[in-house]
Each structure stands twice: as C-alpha cells, then as structure tokens.
Design a protein around this ligand. Structure first.
Ligand code: ZN
Length: 265
C-alpha cells in the first residue's frame, strides 16, 4: 500500500506521554554498534519484565475490565499492527497486543514481542479518542521496530561492563537498580523518543486515522506539563515541540505520497 512512501520517513523512533518509556534503541543502530546480547536473549529479558507487570496486574486485579474501552484499544491496535507490518516486513507476522492496566503509571510502554502496556487511567484522564490512541500506539510500536529495548541493554553492557553483566537479564535488572543509570542514559533516551516520534508518525499515517484529531493529544499533554517537562533532563521534548515535529513528518510523507500518486483529473 503506502509502504514505499512511508519507508522514507522511517529513520527512527517510539511514544508519547509524560511518563517514561521503557523500550528503546538509538538511530543507526545506536552508540554501541553491534548488539551486546543475542537478540533472542535480550527480547526474552524484556518479555519477562512485561509478563511480570501483567502477572502483578492480575494479582492486584488491575487489568482493566471496561469492555468498551478494551474493544476500542483492540481495534486501534489491529490497525497499528497492520501499519507496522506494512512499514517493516520483519513484523509481517507479528500479533500485537495492547493491554490496559489501571494505574500502570507509565502512560504506555512497549516491549519486544509486540506487547504494549497502556495505563487505563491515563486514557480516561485525557479522554483519548481513537485517533489519539492510534498515535500513541504507533509511537510505542516504533520503539519496538527501532529495537530500543536492546539498545538499553547494550548501553548497560558498555557502561557497567559485560563481565559484570554477563546476561541480558542481569543488564535489565541492573538498569532499574539505580536511578543514576537513567540519568546517564538520558541523552540516548531522548534520541530514542525523537526516533519513535518520527517512525511513529509514519506508522500512524499508514493506519488511516485522522492526523489533526490525533495531534490534539499534544494540546492535552501540554496542559499537564510541569516546568520540568521538555527540559534538558527530560527524555521527551515538550508537547508542542513534539506536535510540530510529528505534524511535519506527516505532511512530508503526504506530499511525497501525493507526488508519486497524482490525483485523477
Ligand atoms: Zn517513547
């Protein structure tokens, strides 16, 4: 479909809200170059973390039970998954799932294995429409496509030393053990977020959801921003900056597409 036009915009990227994004990898394969751990091992470590969140939600009874909201997010996730497959053939056979958890606390987070955890309270608080949900899930899917989770483990192997972190699991556990790692990783995290916004914009465009309505998300996020948001220490740019960048990528891809497929006279 629009895959060819979209690929031009796929330089990098992933998510959207004020919370941190767990998944990550930098442009051009990242500062660490080759992967620190075998791809399957790194993916398994992250999938274990995602499974842990879901198990905890089951135990705490915080898996969201709103049938209508679950149906909406399933529909949007299907569209975003199809768009991701159109952009990157490695994901042609992936089955994406978005799981709503009350008070997840992160807005949304993406994991290898095409799993996205979404904070149901965040969705309700911002009264997200389907277009906005599609933009958020596109950003999260972009983190997965760009391999950001593996890049975070590669950062740990380089920073702490592979001999001290012999397995992907050890690197993952250590990353969350100290806030100082997050601080050191922050510049790369911001690059990952920018990449996720750009790649996510391309995925979003392929879903067919409404861009102007989706971009309203950033006006909602801007109202929630604190003075710290978007500053140098934050992994995300400010909401209005992100809105302009994503709108720009979408406009560029639409123009590119229009040139390739002129309207019938
Ligand atoms: Zn993100």
């Amino acid at each position: 479909m629009r895959g060819e036009a979209l690929r031009t915009g796929v330089a990098v990227v992933l998510l959207l809200f004020g919370g941190a994004c767990l998944a990550e990898l930098p442009p051009d394969g990242g500062s660490q170059g080759t992967a620190a751990y075998p791809e399957a091992e790194a993916a398994a470590a992250w999938q274990g973390l995602a499974a842990g969140y879901v198990r905890q939600a089951l135990k705490d009874r915080t898996l969201d039970k709103d049938a209508a909201l679950n149906a909406r997010i399933d529909t949007v996730m299907d569209a975003v998954g199809a768009a991701a497959a159109a952009i990157d053939s490695r994901f042609a056979k992936s089955t994406w799932s978005a799981i709503l958890i009350d008070d997840f606390g992160l807005g949304a987070a993406a994991f290898p294995g095409a799993v996205i955890l979404v904070d149901a309270k965040f969705v309700r608080r911002l009264q997200l429409n389907d277009d906005e949900l599609a933009l958020i899930l596109s950003h999260e899917a972009a983190h997965v496509i760009a391999g950001h989770a593996a890049a975070k483990l590669a950062f740990m192997a380089a920073f702490v030393g592979k001999e001290k972190l012999p397995t992907a699991r050890a690197a993952l556990v250590e990353f969350f053990a100290k806030d100082s790692y997050v601080a050191v990783f922050q510049p790369e995290a911001r690059q990952q977020e920018r990449e996720a916004d750009r790649v996510g914009a391309a995925i979003f465009l392929a879903t067919g959801y409404d861009a102007p309505r989706a971009l309203g998300l950033f006006d909602k996020l801007a109202k929630l921003e604190t003075p710290e948001d978007g500053q140098a220490a934050d992994s995300h740019d400010g909401a209005q900056v992100r809105k302009q960048i994503i709108a720009g990528v979408i406009a560029e891809l639409q123009q590119h597409h229009a040139r390739r497929a002129p309207l019938p006279r």
